[in-house]
Write a new protein. Structure first.
Length: 202
């Protein structure tokens, strides 16, 4: 196999004469990458890409089902039932995959867009990778991707009140609670207005 052929299968194709032709660059609306220093000072590339393939959906199920039903509800809400299945994940609209230096490490979803507000949710980082700053940088990158659409004026999300780690992250990124929804454990609805300067935040 010639050098670079493995990457080529992903980023190009051969024409009828067998000559390799690179594909055009992917739209930044479906894939974007940022380089950042994580906790401990190591430099990594974090990529957010539209879609969730079968293999990565299996990984999400494995992470979740090891943690239990409460963990599933914490990140996915009551709509997805335990044990989590690949088929349930494949039924989600607009899922996005998160990669750390090429390794799949998480999931996030653009649930809907209403009157200029993009509602995001089902944000999950592999429990073995939490506490390293990956979630913060991935969320910043995802929001930057959404804000490439000039019709989006704000971004909203929901979080259970007892999920202190997630609440703290969202507040650091400028989200503020605007409503407390009727949920047995208390669900906070949070929102922040459009911005294009997430990458400059510490």
């Amino acid at each position: 196999m010639p050098a670079g052929a493995r990457d080529g299968r992903r980023d190009g194709r051969r024409d009828v004469r067998g000559v390799w032709r690179p594909l055009p660059p992917r739209s930044t609306s479906t894939r974007t990458t940022v380089s950042c220093f994580l906790e401990g000072g190591s430099l990594h590339d974090i990529r957010v890409e539209e879609g969730l393939n079968w293999e990565n959906a299996e990984a999400v199920c494995s992470w979740t089902n090891r943690q239990g039903a409460d963990f599933l509800e914490q990140w996915a809400g009551p709509e997805l039932t335990f044990p989590l299945t690949v088929e349930a994940l494949q039924g989600l609209s607009n899922p996005y995959s998160i990669f750390l230096s090429g390794e799949f490490v998480g999931l996030i979803q653009k649930i809907r867009v209403e009157q200029g507000t993009a509602h995001i949710g089902r944000f999950l980082i592999d429990p073995e990778h939490t506490g390293k700053g990956i979630g913060k940088h991935a969320l910043m990158e995802f929001i930057n991707m959404i804000c490439m659409d000039s019709s989006i004026s704000s971004i909203s999300l929901a979080v259970l009140a007892h999920n202190i780690r997630a609440r703290s992250l969202y507040e650091k990124l400028g989200f503020a609670t605007y409503e407390v929804a009727g949920h047995p454990q208390g669900k906070l609805l949070m929102k922040r207005m459009r911005t294009s300067f997430f990458r400059d935040m510490s």
